[in-house]
Design a protein around this ligand. Structure first.
Ligand code: KG4
Ligand code: ZN
Length: 333
């Protein structure tokens, strides 16, 4: 039997999870409301909040899994990419825990873990598959050849898709994080109300900064005509923005499918919680006869279950690290 404790602390969520023989038994997530009033994550505040949350979060994960800390066979932690101060808290906790209990330590790449969240529950994709990994910090099309063999085929040249949602939300006077709110307002809006540009970016890469500027100019022009423009048209604006971000993402995924011949398609990361993206991918899947894999909502945004499942597969391979390991703000796949 293998009991893995997973720890995630890369951004503003402190999370701990217990995985027993590949099955997630608990996944506790402590958010940090403090950032909302600043309109974005403040790194120093995030790191301090992680310090407050880490021990109660791990305790809760152990209790909910109905195990004792002595039962844990290995500790897996997010090494990067992420905010260095935040990563340091999870890394230091994991190292201390492993040292004190004399158990192995496993490093996990946060972006790989978002993809490996697909192996928490059935149906699990078969290798190779394509994964559109879209979060607050990343936007990538990844060819997943095996659990830890991943090739980035394309990525964003500027903002990430989650950033595009969040920065647009700021323009629309919506609080941080704006992605889920744009999603909510979009449900009742007309996605064709406003024409927004689709950038022509070569190959499988993305760009969202032009879209952000186009939205800003559009809102400014409309507000000159009607100062209540945003209040009166928020649903239509959100629906139009969301439709454009989704079409930018899925048109590139379609191109990646044509280039690679791969027909198993997955999405991962915080933006994969977006209902417009989920719906459009399912429709595209039907049209092109793809097998589509969409994670459960709780495994889309940052969580430790994905770290624990990645850790479990490294445990099976006996891929451990030493106490001299340090977190990395930037970390390649
Ligand atoms: O993966 P994640 O939790 O953290 C990072 O690793 O970045 O992703 C967070 C991002 C934020 O930009 C947030 O606005 C976005 O995911 N997000 C959404 C939705 N839920 C979260 N974007 C659009 N629609 C959603 N429903
Ligand atoms: Zn993430």
């Amino acid at each position: 039997m293998a009991v893995i404790l997973g720890i995630e602390s890369s951004c503003d969520e402190t999370s701990a999870s217990i995985c027993i023989d590949g099955e997630i038994k608990s996944n506790i997530i402590a958010g940090q409301a403090i950032h909302a009033k600043y309109g974005g994550v403040v790194p120093e505040l995030a790191s301090r909040a992680h310090q407050l949350h880490i021990i109660p979060t791990v305790d809760a994960a152990i209790q909910q899994a109905k195990i004792h800390k002595n039962d844990i066979d290995a500790v897996a932690f997010t090494r990067g990419p992420g905010l260095l101060g935040s990563l340091l808290v999870g890394t230091s906790f994991a190292k201390s825990f492993a040292l004190a209990r004399q158990i192995p330590l496993i490093e996990v790449n946060h972006m790989q873990a978002h993809i490996l969240a697909h192996f928490i529950e059935e149906p699990k994709p078969n290798f190779p598959f394509l994964c559109l990994t879209v979060s607050g910090g990343h936007t990538q099309i990844v060819l997943v050849k095996d659990y830890f063999e991943m090739e980035v085929l394309g990525q964003t040249l500027d903002d990430a898709a989650g950033e595009a949602f969040d920065k647009t939300a700021k323009i629309l006077n919506l609080p941080y994080p704006g992605g889920p709110l744009i999603d909510k307002y979009a449900q009742t809006g007309n996605p064709n109300a406003y024409k927004l540009p689709e950038p022509q970016i070569p190959e499988l890469n993305f760009s969202f900064s032009g879209l952000k500027t186009a939205i800003l100019y559009m809102v400014q022009a409309e507000e000159k005509k009607n100062p209540n423009f945003l209040m009166e048209n928020i649903a239509d604006v959100c629906a139009s923005v969301q439709q454009r971000i989704v079409s930018i993402l899925l048109n590139k995924l379609k191109r990646a499918a044509e280039q690679t011949g791969v027909r198993d398609m997955a999405i991962a990361g915080g933006v994969s919680a977006n209902s417009g993206l989920r719906r459009a991918l399912l429709e595209m899947g039907k049209q092109y006869r793809w097998n589509v894999f969409i994670p459960k909502f709780e495994y889309c945004t940052d969580n430790a279950a994905m770290i624990a499942i990645a850790g479990y597969h490294k445990y099976l391979r006996q891929e451990f690290v030493n106490q001299d390991i340090a977190p990395l703000a930037r970390m390649h796949m």
